[in-house]
Design a protein around this ligand. Sequence first.
Ligand SMILES: C[S@@+](CC[C@H](N)C(=O)[O-])C[C@H]1O[C@@H](n2cnc3c(N)ncnc32)[C@H](O)[C@@H]1O
Length: 875
Amino acid sequence: MGKRGGGRRGGSRGGRGGPQRPRGDNRDSRSNKLDIPRQNERFERYYNQLEILSEDEKGAFWEAMKRDLPNSFRFTGSREHALAVQQRLRDYYIPEITSITYEGQYVEAPRPVEWYPEQLAWFMTTPKNVIRRFKPFASFQKFLVAETDVGNITRQEVVSMIPPLVMDLKPGMTVLDLCAAPGSKSAQLLEMIHAGEEDRSRQVVSSSDQTIPEGDSFADDGRSTGLLIANDVDYKRAHMLVHQMKRLASPNIIVTNHDATIYPSIKISSTPTPEGKPVSNRYLKFDRILADVPCSGDGTVRKNMEIWKNWTPSNGLGLHATQVRILVRALQMLKVGGRVVYSTCSMNPVEDEAVLAEAITRCGGPQLVQVVETKNLLPGLRRSPGLKKWSIMDKAGRIWEDWSSVVKGRKEIHDDALGRLQEGMFPPQEEDLPLDRAMRVYPHMQDTGAFFIAILEKKSEIKAKPEEKPKMKVEDFGVEASAGDNGTANGNDNGNGNDAANGTFFIDSGTPPKRKRDDDDDITSPLKRVKSEENIDSSIARPAPSLPNPIVQQPTQRPPNPSKKNRTQAFEEPFKYLQSDISEIGQIRDFYNLSPRFPLTRFMVRNPDGMASKNIYYTSELAKEILQENEGKGLKFVHAGVKMFVKQDAPSPEVCPWRIQTDGLRLLEAWVGPERVIKLQKKETLRRLLIEMFPRFNGEEGKQLGEVGEQVKNLGMGCCVLIVEPTETDENKPDGGGDEGEGLKERMVFPLWKSIQSLNLMLPKEERKAMLLRLFNDDTPLVNMSQGWKDAQAKDKAKKDAANGSKQVTNADGAGANLIDKLEAVIDARLQRNSSSPEVEPLDDAGPVKEVDADELMAGVDSDVDEEDGGVALT
Ligand SMILES: C[S@@+](CC[C@H](N)C(=O)[O-])C[C@H]1O[C@@H](n2cnc3c(N)ncnc32)[C@H](O)[C@@H]1O
């Protein structure tokens, strides 16, 4: 799957996507955090009495809880590409780091996470004083920062990588990630949806019609037909999610912004049943749903030190009801036979096993919703089984073993702490509910954070029971019940007792949400009542992807666009699909000689008039169906589509003004005709094209461009596809290995622009630099060749002017050359302004290698992305 670079991610040192702070501030806040005493009487007492660990283990557990968390990261994107970047780490950085000795011992180098498939996840525990001493760490950091900037590496907590891995996700599936921001798990899910896609597409392109393999994975000529809907209730966090997802350049994702407890049903097209029976309302059901719910996050205490200060029993108690509602809604939206993975980064059974038990009960019991065994998944991962018995600590710090003691206690204890407790928080009556099939991962087991993961399988259609109101009478408390205590005092309620606008959650609110459902079968979406899928004939499976007639949306009235400052409400440009017979698409098809197998019906624009004026996006067929079927029905779509073509001024009418955007190239390249394809085999040619912006392809300079220089001579102006063909394998590489060979090992594709005299690889500066570092270990500053030849021309002209007594050049050749240069300069300037071309900035050097400390080693890496799983502020 694709990868999108594009600059250091905004506000890169702000953390949690916040505003950019000066580096010094960051250090201060880091050292302030380090000053927090790592103790909390109730926190420690609660988990000690829970007996989740043997006496022997308790010491190691608390010791690990109090230690700093190792840094960890994941190689992201398509398997092929992720493995290539990982190989660089193995071949180059690891040998350098492992050769360092300190006080007679070898230093600890980054290590792969044993149970992560293909060792694509790594962690490192190297102490600061060791890192400060040795320069190889500094060059390793440069690599990490560069690869993270372009999206090849993502910093992610090791345990947070588990839930997607146990989803048993196949590429054609429809998947919903209900609480998805900032998006590290969504990224994993999307990678799985695209697994094997590139190979399949190439297989189709190289086969004749008769030899294309049959089967679902080739249903759309090898393109993945699966879909991920990633959702978050918080609008700003949903945009953080968009930012993360765009890096993966997938046409198979839609981002939405809804409260997961009342997630609206999604309409799909109303084709008749195979028997010809008309069906009027069909709603999407999912194969897999991830409910990585908001939680108190006490499993992240090694990273979020404030938890030591802020942990109270109320944190978990207040979230239980929301967590149950999210899980029940997930089960409703699931296909029969489908699976929900429920996860939290909290160790509190009230947020874990109790939520499973309560949701299963509400959905009809274990015959309808089964807990799936997890113990054999991910061999090598040390874990404990889920709990079948637990006690609960109330707000006042008292421990309760069961519900009946609470009921009795209410007669004697006259404070409101007991009001928070509910029957469903205690272990279920049904003793054989196999909650132990879930998994708990604790920090001491493999030096990570803590996590809870469970898999639920839907065995039959369900009809969820309405939520029971807590049966509390005023006299039960011995105190006056305070009406309306729903934590919405600030008036910024998202209907859930939570403040969605600033991303914080009132974790003390145990009351049902304001926007309450009367009946689970009739969901009220935030904007409009949407009929529940539970009334629909569930035997109707989603039809195989088809290519319905393109629909051109009628131009709609543009809603008033609130100024950015006042955007507390979501405003998104509409998604309008283009008719395949419009002139712009015809021009694209003809210029790139696109294969008839490439679907021209999936192009979309983001403006209310539905006009192809600036950017053209591409989505999968199912994403298109969903966006079209649900238009104007209250669904809050925030993002969909991969930018595939961008319009720019063309130097002449024969040149197509629509150039291919890097994001969309992966999806398109196999279908572009040979006339617009250039092939590169030599490493040195690629190095030149990466370092030099706007090299000339004629004359002496052109010779330096080797095989590419030769081929472009016969190519018409405009955009083309540059394919880097791998010619070197582990077998044929020269003795000594490393990077000495003339060819490259990895297949790559880039958009290339041919101007009148020069070429330009349409790749952002950061991606050029990361690639130079990875493929050539070269951190040479980039060179803007157009500047060079313009300077040379200016000098030449000055010389000639001087020789001719400052006479104007009037001969035809001179005038022609000037005209060409001017035109070229205009085109270059426009290309430079374009998003995926290098910016016209002073070309900076990566700077001298400096010593770094442990935090700094990861500090520049992904630090604008809030990776923590504890998506709640402990207020
Ligand atoms: C634990 S974090 C999710 C982390 C995410 N899955 C990841 O791996 O990057 C929980 C998220 O749930 C969101 N959230 C909280 N309440 C929600 C609700 N009622 N509906 C949907 N999302 C909610 C929060 O905004 C937060 O982003």
